[in-house]
Design a protein. Sequence first.
Length: 306
Amino acid sequence: MNKIGIIGVGHVGSAAAHEIVVRGLCNHLVLIDRNDDKAHAEELDLADMGSQTLSHTKISSQDYSLLSDADVVIFSTGNMNRQERDRMQELEWTKKTVYDAIPKLMASGFNGIIVSITNPCDVIAALIQKVSGLPKNHVFGTGTSLDTARMKRVVANKFHVNPKNVAGYVLGEHGDSQFTAWSTVSIAGIPLAEYPESVDLNLDEIKEQVAAGGWQIHSGKGYTCYGISACVSNIVKAILTDEVGAFPVSTYSKKYDTYVGHPAYVAGDGIAKQINLHLTADEEAELAKSAAKIHDMFKEHALVSD
């Protein structure tokens, strides 16, 4: 019997809950939120789908004790009032939710895997690991999974192909210092540099479209939810099925002594193995720069609890 918990059921957490129930990823889903009415409303709304979905999922809410035997907990608290593109601006608010919720989660006896969506993704993942005391392979963030999906969308649109035919990774921070590792990008197995019609491709333009994609959506509707809910659902599925799937998640890097977005294999015990990419010298430098930003932000701001 699989059990998933979601801490924070705002726009993103509720979208993830819906995705999980529709896909039938678990037998029992537990919702936790600082707003009791919101959590109970989401519980009832999801339960109303019970007669319409292909599988049955038990829905509960507002009971940390139910997370004692959860396989996975998705941490998705968020600041609804972000007014700037830089996700680091959310840290002062979201770090408080970590200090509040994670001790309660661990007091329940939880010993599973935590996947964090909360921004700033890399810093918060590192903070959750620090506060929870769980092994580093059991705590990670969605990292650049969504950014990679956006890159695939943009590249696919340029060449009029299905985004599922685009491979490659966006690396680094889930934020302004992220970058597309063009050496990893291919279309239908053909490296991007060798793909027909790629001669006049403006990589800087695509880079900006990828980096600005989240803010463009946020500016238009006030939040993003569908892309990230699909990403985290795929990651959770890989854990529950021991899939050993490759995802560009935010994991701890010994090389940079910080959490940073980089592909890794995800399986039943969390992060199974980091994937070594053959990056160019410029890409290695960009990754180091992005990791340094995350490292400094964590050291300077995340460990201070008000």
